[in-house]
Design a protein around this ligand. Structure first.
Ligand code: ZN
Length: 359
């Protein structure tokens, strides 16, 4: 296990690399949780602090727009300023939770390359002022495009990101299911070679990107976004091992040279998760499960306090409902749902009690 410790707060550059290496050498992975506002973001930091785990906080493009306000008239602008607002919130608050937080943005397909570039414009301004980037990493998901285009764009943007001490997450192969309107529909007759990442493709990515900067790979090994009936797809973590072995053999690197990311892990068997972590997965995305964990207790609260959601004062007996309809009551119930669900995630991924933040 790594002896390194880091100052609590948002980690970028060298700190981010230290965090990734600590997870891989320590045999655990970090939950990467999608958030859409300060409620979910604060709950994720609270959960990490409670579990003694470091954490990755991420936003999808629609998550950043929602963070800025769903009513903002310019939708593209909202995605950019929302991303800035979310990162600034984390830079200000994360250190007070006593854990390390990596800030990340999720899937950006071909149409969203301008979004990533606009966030980099903002990141460059922030870097000039603060000597660190707004985000630890961005994802570019061009897995639906031909691999040469995918990797060419990744190389182009990684050159820019490396100057800001940022890391890039790429995707090779197609993760099934749909996440936030992104990703591809899972079809049972889907071409296997696309559903399962090919080691030669991973090697091609390593050859091109490793000399440029720090990057991670979301590889497809039968993972599916969202929650589906079990049995549709078979998780095959050995695909990850094959990629690691090919890069290690070709370049004479150490064990598990690739930094791997597990998308679509909701509902996976715990043994398969542990196996994936052994093969170099340091980050597992969690969205669907924490969405439900937030909404379920809110629903219970609304059911248990139905009249407070219809009347300020009960028309029959004059009961004042102000305390019950105060939005903090049900928002907090949702936050607590996230905190509880993430304790389980930190246990499954082995990150519980493994925070490398200085006490
Ligand atoms: Zn994903």
């Amino acid at each position: 296990m790594s002896e390194s410790t880091l100052k609590p707060g948002v980690v970028t550059g060298k700190g981010y690399k230290t965090l990734v290496d600590a997870a891989k050498s320590g045999g655990y992975a970090l939950p990467a949780v999608n958030v859409v506002g300060t409620n979910s973001m604060n709950a994720v930091m609270e959960a990490a602090a409670k579990a003694g785990s470091d954490i990755i906080i991420q936003l999808s493009n629609s998550g950043t727009a929602f963070f800025a306000g769903a009513g903002m008239p310019d939708g593209f602008k909202a995605k950019v300023v929302g991303a800035v607002a979310a990162a600034q919130h984390a830079h200000l608050l994360a250190e007070h939770y006593g854990i390390c937080v990596a800030m990340h943005t999720d899937h950006a397909n071909r149409e969203l390359i301008p979004w990533v570039e606009a966030m980099l414009d903002e990141g460059e301004k922030y870097y000039a002022q603060h000597g660190k980037p707004l985000y630890s990493s961005h994802m570019l998901d061009l897995s639906a495009d031909p691999i040469d285009f995918n990797l060419g764009e990744c190389a182009r943007l990684l050159k820019r990101m490396a100057k800001l001490d940022m890391s890039l997450e790429i995707e090779l192969g197609v993760t099934g299911g749909e996440e936030d309107g992104m990703g591809s529909e899972f079809e049972e007759h889907a071409d296997n070679s696309r559903l399962y990442t090919q080691p030669q493709d991973v090697l091609q990515a390593y050859d091109l990107l490793n000399p440029i900067g720090h990057f991670s790979v979301a590889a497809s090994f039968g993972n599916v976004h969202g929650v589906y009936k079990p049995g549709n797809v078979k998780l095959r973590p050995e695909i990850l091992k094959n990629s690691q072995d090919l890069v290690q053999k070709t370049h004479g690197t150490g064990h598990n040279p690739l930094h791997l990311v597990f998308h679509g892990g909701s509902g996976s068997e715990k043994a398969k998760i542990a196996e994936a972590v052994r093969y170099g997965v340091f980050k597992m995305n969690i969205d669907t499960d924490t969405q439900f964990a937030f909404s379920e207790p809110v629903g219970e609260y609304v059911n248990a306090n139905q009249r407070a959601f219809r009347f300020q004062i009960d028309p029959d007996d004059g009961t004042p409902y102000k305390k019950a309809y105060d939005p903090r009551k049900y928002l907090r119930a949702g936050e607590q749902g996230i905190v509880k669900r993430l304790q389980e995630a930190c246990e499954d991924l082995g990150s519980k009690g493994r925070s490398i933040a200085q006490k």
